[in-house]
Design a protein around this ligand. Structure first.
Ligand code: NAP
Length: 317
C-alpha cells in the first residue's frame, strides 16, 4: 500500500492541470491516467481555441505537453484505471485494475465523460467496423468514401469539417432544423461543398453485413418516412455521458450523473474534489477543464494544510 498526498483520477486537461499544480506545490502526487491518457482532446485533431496556440495544436501533442509538465514537477503517472475507492474515511483508499493499492490524503476526480451513442439496432456490433466516435482516429480509413455524421453540436460540425479532408462526400444528419454548434463552425459546414445536411432526421438503424456498415436507415421525424442511405461509415457525435459509475452511491451526483461540486470543486466529502467534464455539464471545454483542475488542486493544497495544522477536518462547502 502506497501513501500519497494527492491521488488524481483521470488523464485529461483537468487531471493534468491538477497534477501540475499539486506536484509544483510539493505535494506527493500520483495521477491515474486510465488506459487512454489525454482524454477527449486526443480525439480532436486540432484545438484552435486553446489559448497560447495561435496556429492551433493537435490534441495528442497537447496531452503529451501536459504530461511532460506534470512529471517535470514530480507527478508520478500510472497508466491504469482506478476500479475501487473507499471514501468513508481518510486517507482515502484507491485500487487500480491490476491491484495496486494507495492511501491518498486527498483525491481529485477528473474522469471526464464518454461519447453518447445512438442506441439503435446495428450500432454496438458495428463499433470499429464502420461506426466511429473519433474522426481523428478513423478518418484515414474513409479516404474518397461517403460517410454519415450524426449530431448538430460543435463536435459534429468540427469533426465533419475534419472528415472532409479525407472523404468524397459527407451527409450530416441532425434531428432538428437548427444546429446547436457555434456560428463560425455552422458557416464553415454550410459552405462546404462536400457536406450535405439532412435536417429533422435521425438514424434509426445501422445496416451492416460481414464486411461492416453499408447503409444508414434514416427517418424524417416530421413525416415519419424512412429511407436507406448507402454509406461506408457512420460517425456519431451526439454529446457525452459523465464517467461516474465508480462514484455512484458514494458522491452526490446530479440527475444526469455529473458529480455535484461547489464552484471550487469540493464534493460532498471533505478532501475529495472533482474537476473537468465529470462535474461540468455546461462548458465542457479543454480550457475550462484545465481551469477547474487548477482550482481543485489549490483547494486540495488548502485542505491538506488545514488538516496538518489542526486536528479538525474542514467541512465541505
Ligand atoms: P452537444 O453540444 O451536447 O451537442 C450534441 C448534439 O447531438 C446536439 O446537436 C443534439 O441535438 C444531438 N443529439 C443528442 N442526442 C441525440 C440523439 N439521441 N440522436 C440524435 N442527435 C442527438 O455535444 P458536443 O457537440 O459533443 O459538444 C460538447 C461540448 O464541447 C460543447 O460545449 C461544445 O461547445 C464543446 N466543443 C467545442 C468545440 C470547439 O469549440 N471547437 C469542439 C467540440 C466540442 P439537439 O441540438 O437537438 O439537442
Amino acid at each position: 500500500m502506497k501513501t500519497i498526498d494527492v491521488g488524481i483520477i483521470g488523464g485529461g486537461p483537468a487531471g493534468y492541470t491538477a497534477a501540475i499544480y499539486s506536484s509544483r506545490a510539493n505535494l506527493n502526487t500520483v495521477q491515474f491516467l486510465g488506459v487512454q491518457p489525454g482524454g477527449q482532446i486526443t480525439l480532436t485533431n486540432d484545438l484552435e481555441n486553446f489559448p497560447g496556440f495561435p496556429d492551433g495544436i493537435g490534441g495528442l501533442e497537447l496531452a503529451e505537453n501536459f504530461e511532460k509538465q506534470a512529471t517535470k514537477f514530480g507527478t508520478v503517472t500510472v497508466y491504469d484505471k482506478i476500479d475501487k475507492v473507499d471514501f468513508s474515511k481518510r486517507p482515502f483508499y484507491l485500487k487500480t485494475t491490476v491491484g495496486e493499492e494507495y492511501l491518498a490524503e486527498s483525491v481529485i476526480i477528473s474522469t471526464g465523460s464518454s461519447s453518447r451513442m445512438l442506441g439503435v439496432p446495428g450500432e454496438t456490433e458495428s463499433i470499429g467496423k464502420g461506426v466511429s466516435t473519433c474522426a481523428t482516429c478513423d478518418a484515414f480509413f474513409y479516404r474518397d468514401k461517403h460517410v454519415v455524421v450524426v449530431g448538430g453540436g460543435d463536435s459534429a460540425l468540427d469533426e465533419s469539417l475534419f472528415l472532409t479532408r479525407f472523404v468524397k462526400k459527407l451527409t450530416l444528419i441532425h434531428r432538428r432544423d437548427k444546429f446547436r454548434g457555434s456560428p463560425i463552425l455552422q458557416n464553415r459546414v454550410l459552405s462546404n461543398d462536400k457536406i450535405e445536411v439532412v435536417w429533422n432526421s435521425v438514424v434509426e438503424e445501422v445496416l451492416h453485413n460481414e464486411s461492416g456498415v453499408y447503409a444508414a436507415r434514416i427517418k424524417n421525424v416530421e413525416n415519419e418516412s424512412s429511407h436507406d442511405l448507402k454509406t461506408d461509415g457512420i460517425f456519431v457525435f451526439i454529446g457525452h455521458i459523465p464517467n461516474t459509475e465508480l462514484f455512484t452511491g458514494i458522491l452526490n451526483l446530479d440527475d444526469h450523473g455529473y458529480i455535484l461540486t461547489d464552484r471550487s470543486g469540493h464534493t460532498n466529502i471533505p478532501g475529495v474534489f472533482a474537476a473537468g467534464d465529470v462535474q461540468d455539464s455546461i462548458y465542457r471545454q479543454a480550457i475550462t477543464a484545465a481551469g477547474s483542475g487548477c482550482v481543485a488542486a489549490l483547494e486540495a493544497y488548502k485542505f491538506l494544510e488545514h488538516v496538518k495544522s489542526s486536528s479538525e477536518v474542514p467541512l465541505s462547502v
